[in-house]
Design a protein around this ligand. Structure first.
Ligand SMILES: O=C(O)c1cccc(C(=O)CC[C@H]2O[C@@H](n3cnc4c(=O)[nH]cnc43)[C@H](O)[C@@H]2O)c1
Ligand SMILES: [Zn+2]
Length: 353
């Protein structure tokens, strides 16, 4: 258990239960998952960068005044990833950190445009993530799948390039399952990206845009209507629209909730004001995620502890939350059954002990 992440309001035995609970994660960014060790190693390799090389200094560097500041800092870390070897190392180490937290399956959001525009060859980029994916599965037992997202603020060029990389059979990686839209939402309307999502969906990809993280519920409606979203990244502002909550619940459209992220980017003022309870009360399928864990001083286990406190959950409630993520994943039936059964077996043994 990482000591600085022990929530004093959550019993220690529940922290221990969470630490061993098999989990799936559906909303976590590739570069945003770089551990302080990896970031400082990359920063030392590239001394022209403004990113600190000292992991202690990174804690201050990762304090954000608002969402725009977060994106500026995020892009400074993106700038550190310059070679296919950097990409492979990052991906492999992210999987190692996941395995330590008993993450059995993760859909990792990758922004290939940010790497190809910085000069990394697209074929070498795809080979690097695929090589790390296969090594992680063989060595850690963690299954990784990819979501390629458009950085919406970068406009049409980014949308076109991301869609090409996601749909061209000669380039797209085997592990790709979904298509997203990330970055700032203000001034970046969802309907504008409909043609790109139409192409990605036609190519067999699932639609998982960010929406309602920093803008109101209309963005979530737009993501559902125009981008045919199957899950919503964040969806925080859905709580402001009872009709939307009812729609999400009735259609079983999951929300990818990332509580600590929303505080760190100041999308929500305090954890106690987070609308997660309103989501569950309305019957919405809630999944728990870490988004950009080291940047937000968290990890997936801590997000489950936060959820336990906000939703007043015991071990069985936490196991149900973990099973929500499995159900909402893009795993096939047997893949879902395998992790769900593992969660049940683990929980029964824990409760019997
Ligand atoms: O790479 C570029 O050159 C570039 C140019 C203009 C704009 C952008 C972006 O907006 C990149 C945004 C980047 O942020 C990622 N991300 C990570 N966490 C979150 C989140 O909580 N909400 C939204 N986006 C997030 C996202 O995947 C994009 O890669 C880039
Ligand atoms: Zn995100």
């Amino acid at each position: 258990m990482t000591e600085h992440l022990v929530d004093p309001d959550v019993p220690r035995d529940l922290h221990a239960f969470i630490a061993g609970l098999p989990k799936a994660e559906l909303h976590v960014h590739h570069v945003g998952s770089a551990s302080p060790r990896i970031v400082s190693e990359l920063a030392a390799r590239h001394p022209d960068s403004k990113v600190p090389t000292d992991p202690e200094a990174l804690v201050d560097y990762f304090q954000f005044t608002d969402f725009a500041h977060f994106i500026d800092v995020y892009l400074s870390v993106v700038d550190l990833i310059r070679t296919p070897e950097d990409v492979r190392l990052l991906t492999y180490e992210v999987a190692r950190d996941m395995a330590r937290q008993q993450v059995r399956y993760a859909e990792l959001t990758i922004t290939p445009f940010s790497s190809t525009r910085r000069g990394i060859d697209e074929g070498a980029f795809m080979a690097a993530i695929e090589d790390a994916r296969k090594a992680a599965e063989a060595e850690f037992g963690t299954v990784l799948r990819w979501c390629f997202d458009i950085p919406g603020e970068a406009g049409t060029e980014a949308a076109e390039e991301t869609t090409r990389l996601a749909t061209d059979d000669r380039v797209r990686p085997e592990g790709l399952v979904s298509f997203g839209l990330g970055g700032p939402e203000i001034g970046v309307s969802r309907p504008r990206f409909k043609p790109y999502f139409d192409r990605a969906i036609a190519a067999g990809l699932h639609s998982v845009p960010h929406a309602g993280e920093t803008t109101g519920p209309q963005t979530v409606w737009d993501a559902l209507t125009d981008l045919r979203a199957e899950r919503i990244g964040h969806g925080t502002s859905s709580a402001q629209d009872p009709k939307l909550l009812a729609h999400l619940a009735e259609r079983r459209i999951p929300l990818e909730v990332c509580p600590t992220s929303n505080i760190a980017t100041r999308a929500v003022r305090t954890l106690d004001e987070h609308p997660i309870k309103e989501f569950t009360r309305a019957g919405v399928l809630v999944t728990i995620n870490s988004d950009d864990p080291p940047m937000f001083g968290t990890d997936l286990n801590n997000e489950y502890a936060v959820a336990a406190r906000l939703l007043d959950l015991d071990a069985r409630g936490l196991a149900d939350l973990a099973k929500n993520a499995v159900e909402a994943s893009f795993l096939d039936g047997p893949g879902k059954a395998r992790i769900s059964d593992e969660i049940d077996t683990y929980t029964s043994a824990w409760l019997a002990s």
